[in-house]
Ligand binder design. Sequence first.
Ligand code: F6R
Length: 261
Amino acid sequence: MEVVICGSAGEMAELAADVVEAVLIGKPEAVLGLATGSSPLVLYDELVSRCLDARLSFGRAKAFALDEYIGLPPDHPERYRAVIEREIASRVDFAPGAVRCPDGNAVRVLQACVDYEADILSSGGVDLQILGIGTDGHLGFNEPGSSLASRTRVKTLTRQTRRDNARFFGGDVDTVPRHVITQGLATISQARHLLLLASGSAKAEAVHHLVEGAVSARWPAAVLQHHPHVTVLLDEAAASALQLAGYYRETYANKPTWQGL
Ligand code: F6R
């Protein structure tokens, strides 16, 4: 796992976009995994600007969203299908139908989860998964207690996550859905490269457990310690509880120039 402590949101966006760009240049038909929430927005803005500058194209790429709320009306602006469309898909040159989301209104929701797994598999698997982290250590919506071997399924959000996400629902925690479909921890871990972004002091404890804690279902994101290629981009506040922050800084500052993220 490589931890990079960034001096600014701009630096984080640039580094993250460099990773996406390298993947798309090396494999234009790459499969991307897209997160929602606030964390990836700086990256999405940077990708849009590179796409407008014709530096990169998503024209042959595919993408899968990490998760989706269950039961929001089809026209609700906070459905993750709508958020992904608004924040990235409609702003770059993905081909029609190239971006998939779990169906949070499926009549047969369990079958929808199985089908989503099968779609990811038949697309060849995710080359680069973009991730955020919850203040309670969730990855996707794999809340504490999630099986480290889990696959796409229905989960119940913790009160803490619903409180955190109430800002997208006019501050009213009671209107944040309780149930979601999320890729499982094993599903996420199958992506070839995982790129996690975290900002702000509210993430510091979860980031400490992700990078330096024991691997357990109590802090689900720690499962990434088992993955051979994880890049964690942090701002100073999100890095503030790391015990080995000095070492991560020294390592990155002395990284050989030929070695990308
Ligand atoms: C979103 C997702 C979540 C978020 C996490 C952090 O698709 O899967 O794990 O990444 O809740 O959210 P923000 O970035 O809004 O702090």
